[in-house]
Design a protein around this ligand. Structure first.
Ligand SMILES: N[C@@H](CCC(=O)N[C@@H](CS)C(=O)NCC(=O)O)C(=O)O
Length: 211
């Protein structure tokens, strides 16, 4: 049994962030099912989280839920190589834009995915595009060169946005809706993040899991 266990469920995209962080660190981990064969959540899993949502990390008696918080734990517990910048201002950028991605951008994308057609979908798409413009305007400096948000350094913020970039691709693949990146920098950032070897391995792992 590996040191770290990740409770997960079929096709759980959020867990991909955590697999990728552990792969970046070279830490062995076991993905384990949160549900039994009938789809009923296991008591062992439910005893670790009040939300009952996957992923949940379990390590040396510590349980952590919420994928972005799990990644903060992983970075604290296994510091090398670091996935957070060292200075306070840059760490705050990671947390600020993580909050924005989770609560604004991904929330709007979920509304787009849920509203199959009609006014609700049109409104959700307009809202999402506006939020993407705001993100580009506030967060991405005009002289951004990449390949990642903080330049050469790959961080937890890239992992947070990987979920957004992959969800955009999925929506575009399964509908006629086009959700273009707001500018060239964002388009390149998305491509670089989704090509990162740890993320590709993490997505392959998610796709191969049989539970
Ligand atoms: N914000 C959460 C989202 C977790 C989430 O929504 N997980 C899904 C599966 S990928 C889930 O457990 N849904 C409820 C359920 O299956 O009962 C995170 O980042 O961990």
């Amino acid at each position: 049994m590996a040191e770290v266990t990740i409770f997960t469920s079929r096709n759980c995209g959020w867990a991909v962030r955590n697999y990728a962080a552990l792969i970046e660190k070279g830490v062995a981990f076991d993905p384990v099912p949160a549900k039994d064969g009938d789809g009923v959540k296991l008591d062992t899993f439910l005893s670790l989280t009040p939300y009952g949502r996957t992923p949940v990390l379990y390590c040396e008696g510590t349980a952590v839920f919420e994928s972005s918080l799990i990644n903060e734990y992983i970075d604290d517990r296994f510091p090398n190589p670091p996935l957070l910048p060292s200075d306070a201002a840059a760490r705050s950028e990671v947390r600020k834009w993580t909050h924005y991605c989770e609560n604004s951008l991904l929330a709007a994308l979920t509304r787009i995915a849920k509203a199959q057609e009609g006014d609700a979908r049109t409104a959700a798409i307009a809202e999402f595009k506006e939020q993407m413009c705001d993100f580009a305007r506030f967060a991405l400096p005009a002289d951004w060169r990449g390949p990642y948000f903080f330049g050469k350094r790959f961080t937890l913020l890239d992992l947070v946005f990987s979920t957004l970039f992959e969800t955009i691709r999925q929506i575009e693949r399964h509908s006629t809706t086009s959700l273009p990146m707001q500018n060239e920098a964002m388009r390149r950032w998305a491509e670089n993040v989704l090509s990162r070897p740890s993320l590709r391995s993490a997505m392959a792992l998610r796709d191969e899991l049989e539970f």
